[in-house]
Design a protein around this ligand. Structure first.
Ligand code: IVH
Length: 679
């Protein structure tokens, strides 16, 4: 297939160009445009092409020399031994394949112990000690020649400037070269950003780039102002007796005063190592540092040496990579969404990008303050994070990638849906559309009304809600009960069967219990639990609508603010009209005896904190849902918090959660979590 071959050659050339370019940005200019995972993908693709067509390999192919040239401004240093890289495994199967491959080369591998360590996402450094004194420190560079950054490394507090050589309990060989990773711990990174922000300075997006950038400063005092730490994991060279295993190497390094990363484990066999990798992938955010995978190493260093090297990778180790969580892409536009309560929130419209097997097109921008504080502009290259159940969010922009055409964002003055002037409530970050007839709010209300926790009308999601409102068929939620088949049939995407199904689902919802209808009405402060309590206490809508505040407050959990919200709701003319329409449509339930049943324990042992306005669900409902499944709800984010449940316009809890590395999820994420832990 000549055409396919020509295409491959063209693609390989293109990839080489791109890899060279990004290598230079990364290694020489210290301002990468791609995340490591994206860069890895380019290299993997080129490697695959070169493997299929060896004749395409050029002498200057970056696959021969991943790492790139050292910057001109630093003195070059030749490493005493090649500073090797690591082969990657993107799945457990690939880990098994790696093990099988090397076991075929050397049978001893089958029974060899392994050491599993976190793969630290920092900058590799090579540290030289002469008679116990730190004399030289270099970057990895291309693996053969690095850059002398001794002055900058000296500013790292955890780097030992002197190690014991003779006399004491442990002693280092006369000449010792150690390999480690310079990195910024999560908490230190967040604290640094908080300090910078309060001084009105630009904050950083990503710990790794900050550490690597700071170590490449010509002025060491700039390096010193960044909270860089060190974690060591190998001895590159040592004159004199050295440990025979990786496990003992880590112990010796620690005894000599080198910092090592927590989280290393010695395993008897591959299965144990894989189990550790799996667990680590699940809890990657509980490491105190950013880890992008786990490194599995043959513990026996003599065996490791015998296994040799392929290309630039030692055969005796493999990196089990976690799925990428951070990628960069272009911010094409900033959209705004109108919530059920009229809250306006900004979201990023992104050039589609794949993160962890999912294509991300939109991400939250938190709130308008975030855009202003981070100076995020339309057209910017932005860093986007998506981790597990967490809603994708923009971490910040990469100003270095600007080309000039980027446009600063202007806060909208009018509602994108109804064009009414927006209002900012004093003392709040939130911006509101206060038009009660705003179609976007109606769409959200209808979506909530029909949702699973409410009237549960199958087929009436946000898309159909939009169509119904746009076509003018629905002006309040009660209108769904008088929809005519002929008018629904005219909506885009509806055939006869679709219309029948939707109307049947709507019809079935007429008989939902009172508590459900109360939840569906979306009265502020009335979630599932409170709706059930109110339904039980008052029996029907008639009685509830006439209830005085003091009667309402007799119900458990109803305080003055909820009782006021309930009263206000029932007094509003539009809502009275709505109730009358519901009554005429036969949607007028009476309370039912509550169903009691053993709850699931899916969330047992997990602590949640809630922030922001949750779409279609009150705080109480969310709290009840968590508690029903055995979870706990706390009011403030702390080290004990497992998840922050985030709605629209979240407050400072989001910053606190980010600082502490607490995962953030939305309602969908919560449902998935419950479903996932039930099975
Ligand atoms: S061992 C022969 N162990 O990951 C030794 N590397 O993607 C090979 N890295 O270049 C490296 N944490 O800079 C090793 N615990 C760890 C590591 C680690 C981070 C880096 C290392 C390497 C890169 C490969």
């Amino acid at each position: 297939m000549a055409a396919g071959k020509a295409d491959d050659a063209r693609r390989a050339a293109e990839l080489r160009e791109q890899i060279h370019y990004h290598n230079r940005r990364y290694h020489v200019l210290a301002s990468p445009l791609l995340s490591d995972a994206e860069f890895d993908r380019l290299v993997q693709e080129l490697l695959a092409l070169e493997a299929a067509h060896p004749e395409l390999v050029t002498p200057d192919s970056p696959t021969r020399r991943v790492g790139g040239a050292p910057a001109e401004r630093f003195v070059k240093v030749r490493h005493p031994d090649s500073i090797l890289s690591l082969g990657n495994a993107f799945s457990v199967d690939e880990v098994r394949a790696w093990h099988e491959r090397i076991a075929r080369l050397d049978e001893r591998v089958r029974t060899a112990r392994l050491v599993v360590e976190p793969k630290l996402d920092g900058l590799t450094v090579v540290l030289h000690y002469e008679r116990g004194v730190f004399v030289l420190g270099a970057t990895r560079g291309d693996g053969e020649i690095g850059e002398d950054i001794t002055g900058n490394l000296r500013t790292i507090r955890s780097l030992p400037l002197r190690v014991p050589v003779a006399g004491g309990k442990v002693s280092a060989p006369e000449r010792l070269v150690v390999r480690g990773e310079a990195l910024i711990y999560r908490q230190a990174f967040e604290e640094m950003n908080a300090r910078l922000a309060s001084a009105g300075e630009r904050t950083y997006v990503n710990a790794r780039n900050t550490a690597s950038g700071a170590l490449r400063q010509l002025d060491s005092s700039l390096t010193a102002s960044r909270p860089i730490s060190l974690a060591c994991y190998a001895i590159v060279e040592g004159k004199g007796p050295l440990p025979g295993t990786q496990w003992e190497t880590l112990a010796l390094l620690r005894d000599l005063g080198f910092p090592t990363a927590e989280g290393a484990t010695r395993c008897e066999d591959l299965e144990e190592a894989i189990a550790i990798c799996r667990a680590a992938a699940e809890h990657r955010n509980s490491f105190a540092f950013e880890a992008d995978g786990m490194v599995i190493k043959i513990d026996d260093l003599a065996l490791a040496r015998d296994l040799g090297v392929v290309g630039k990778d030692p055969r005796a180790a493999v990196a089990f990579k976690f799925p990428a969580q951070e990628v960069t892409t272009v911010l094409q536009d900033i959209g705004v969404a109108v919530g059920r309560t009229g809250v306006i929130t900004p979201y990023a419209v992104l050039e589609p990008v794949e993160v962890g097997g999912v294509t991300v097109r939109q991400a939250t921008l938190h709130n308008f303050d975030f855009i202003r504080e981070r100076d995020i502009r339309i057209g910017d290259r932005v860093m986007v994070k998506r981790a597990g159940e967490v809603i994708p969010y923009v971490l910040g922009s990469i100003p270095d990638a600007r080309q000039g055409g980027e446009k600063p964002y202007r806060l909208p003055s009018r509602c994108p849906s109804c064009n009414e002037m927006l209002e900012q409530v004093e003392g709040e970050v939130a911006v509101y559309c206060v038009n009660a007839a705003c179609p976007a709010q109606l769409v959200r209300n209808l979506e909530h009304f029909a949702s699973r926790g409410a009237m549960d009308i199958e087929g009436l999601g946000i898309k159909v809600a939009e169509l119904l409102v746009q076509a003018g068929l629905v002006r309040d939620v009660a209108d769904v009960y008088s929809l005519q088949p002929a008018s629904v049939l005219e909506l885009e995407g509806f055939g006869e069967r679709g219309v029948e199904k939707l109307l049947a689902a709507i019809d079935a919802s007429r008989r939902r219990p009172l508590a459900t209808l109360l939840t569906a009405l979306g009265i502020r402060g009335v979630g599932e639990t409170m709706a059930a309590d109110l339904a039980r206490a008052f029996g029907d809508l008639e009685a509830l609508s006439r209830a005085r505040p003091e009667e309402l407050e007799k119900v458990e959990g109803v305080g003055p603010s909820t009782s006021t919200a309930v009263r206000d709701w029932f007094e509003r003319a539009s809502n009275r009209k709505l109730l009358e329409k519901l009554r005429r449509a036969g949607v007028w339930p009476r309370a039912e005896a509550p169903k009691a049943g053993p709850g699931s324990q899916a969330l047992a042992g997990l602590t949640f904190v809630i922030t922001g306005t949750l779409a279609g669900v009150s705080r109480e409902q969310a709290r009840a849902r968590i508690q029903e499944h055995g979870g706990k709800v706390a009011s403030a984010v702390s080290g004990k918090t497992n998840y922050l449940l985030v709605g629209e316009n979240p407050g400072s809890k989001v910053d606190e959660a980010r600082r502490l590395g607490v995962a953030q999820i939305d309602l969908d994420g919560l449902d998935k979590l419950i479903a996932g832990r039930r099975g």
